[in-house]
Design a binder for this molecule. Structure first.
Ligand SMILES: [Zn+2]
Length: 175
């Protein structure tokens, strides 16, 4: 995955087959997962800068130069208007979903999910009805995980220990 593809994906601009392919690739490629999270940080700093510019029109060049000092400065300022406005239109914050043991929770399809668990663990595995892994990743501090959009269906969300033992299992309906 290159930076352009990562950007398209995060902006919600990838055509469906490309998005599906990227999501599958992300399961197996740590390097691209890293690129996605770097790009996300970059895009959200652009969005913040766009808000700053709107809040303080005029006198903006130094602000941008300051924010993007370093390698990215030239490219960031050149692409700034376009990307910031697309990001504003398309970016949707992940939907917060609270998972509580032994209850079934419903979440919307086509949105990133900010999963919050009532119990701890080290890793997370989301398995679809066909027993295929839909997503896999680490559980962050506060027992949270931000997960890319998933298709409609019934999923099992498994919280695992660092060594891969099943700690808790939650049922998640996406529709
Ligand atoms: Zn890759």
């Amino acid at each position: 995955m290159d930076t352009e593809e990562a950007e398209r994906y995060l902006l919600g601009d990838s055509p469906d087959p490309e998005a599906a392919e990227l999501e599958e690739h992300l399961l197996i490629c740590a390097e691209c997962r890293e690129r996605i999270s770097e790009t996300e940080v970059y895009l959200s700093s652009m969005r913040d800068a766009a808000e700053e510019v709107r809040a303080h029109p005029g006198d903006t060049d130094w602000r941008l130069a300051h924010r993007f000092s370093g390698v990215a400065a030239g490219a960031a300022i050149a692409g700034f208007g376009l990307i910031a406005s697309r990001y504003d239109q398309n970016y949707q914050t992940p939907v917060e979903v609270r998972l509580v043991d032994s209850t079934s929770v419903t979440a919307p399809a086509g949105r990133g999910l900010d999963l919050r668990f009532d119990r701890g663990g080290a890793r997370l595995e989301i398995v679809n009805a066909a027993a295929q892994t839909a997503w896999r990743g680490a559980l962050a501090a506060g027992n949270r995980a931000v997960v890319p959009r998933q298709r409609s269906g019934t999923y099992l969300v498994r919280v695992l220990s660092a060594s891969g033992e099943l700690r808790h299992e939650y049922r998640l309906e996406i529709r």
